[in-house]
Design a protein around this ligand. Sequence first.
Ligand code: ADP
Ligand code: MG
Length: 397
Amino acid sequence: MVEKKYRENPFTPGYGGKVPPMLAGREEEKRSLARDVEGIARGGHSGGDLALIGPRGMGKTTLLNWLSLHLEKEIDSGNLSRKVRVEGPVSNFPENEDPLDLFRKKSMASRIDSLEMDAKLVKASIDVSDDARYSEILKQVVKETKMEPLVVLIDEAHELTTGQLKRILNLTQDCRNKGGSVVAVLAGTPHLRDKLRQSRASFVERGVEVEVGPISRDSSREAIEEPLRDIGNIRVESSALEKVLEEAQCYPYFVQVWGQTLWEQANREDRNELQMADIDRCREAVESNKARLYEQRFERWEDNELAALTEVARRLLDGSDLGRHGIVKVCALTLEGAGQDPAAAADLHKKLVNEGVIFKKVGQENYGPGIPSFLNYIVEQAMSRKRQDREVSGRSR
Ligand SMILES: Nc1ncnc2c1ncn2[C@@H]1O[C@H](COP(=O)(O)OP(=O)(O)O)[C@@H](O)[C@H]1O
Ligand SMILES: [Mg+2]
């Protein structure tokens, strides 16, 4: 029986944000999240809201879930007051819902039953001007969170409208200014960064942005090696492990896919040591997983964007040092060459960032790939289109 239990795969490939057995290379991010959120939860007013920003699959939801578990632990061990309330991540926030209602509901949740609350909400939403409604809700949230600090986690926050974001950030900040303890932690793709800027709420000056990018090669090694060894008593020969790391591309999602596949390989053959030949045997499963992901990402690009996408991929693979200016220029030249309006280049740059095709840390000058092998895929797709064009025109002659 014990044997069976340990045979359960501990890796967590997917986008559910289940915290993996080894959450590698996020010490700084965890420290910053914990420090700022706990500060406010303890009644401090100096901090602001937080935003976790990064391309898909880098681990934002995972960090939100980690934060929620961490705070619960701190509450259980008495390091944080029992009164602190941590609401698990909200995602799929309805487009036409006013986020004030979310904060109002959450801040009152432990006080009154939901029927009474709904009645109050309905009452509040008719007949009152928006300003009056805002003040009323603010007053309530201040009162409630003075007694019981509130942490609200919002996932997929890039889906919120700028109006909704503005309301959230204004409410939390006004509330803190009036002595309430509320903090919002938002997570979203780089698109969220643009929306925060557009919402012109105070976030840009006062909020804290935590960037969630690729993890280092050493962290990827830890994330794969430790669970295999410590939970499964499985070892991977060192050159084989290096090969895996090369293919995992420092992309957290691929790291989990590899971990899971290696685990399955060891169990299938009932072995404790994996070699290069095992990596070769695992590759097919991993590659089909990657191919699915690349296909989905690639489908998000329109035909008229492909030339610029391909050119940017080529340049980055060639090692060109390109910042925003360079990327926009490459796009503009490619568009022009194809007889299209080069003015669309700035939007293409945005899309490249938001889709995670290119990535750079704030403050860094040049972009690198989000996932290096996706750039290869983009270039291969261009070659395949060319080949097909030749095929078709060859046949029609
Ligand atoms: N620090 C990490 N180390 C190892 N694996 C991670 C780490 N962070 C996230 N993962 C894994 O990466 C994948 C994507 O994580 P997720 O939080 O869903 O990304 P996002 O919300 O940014 O799209 C999941 O399989 C998760 O288990
Ligand atoms: Mg997510």
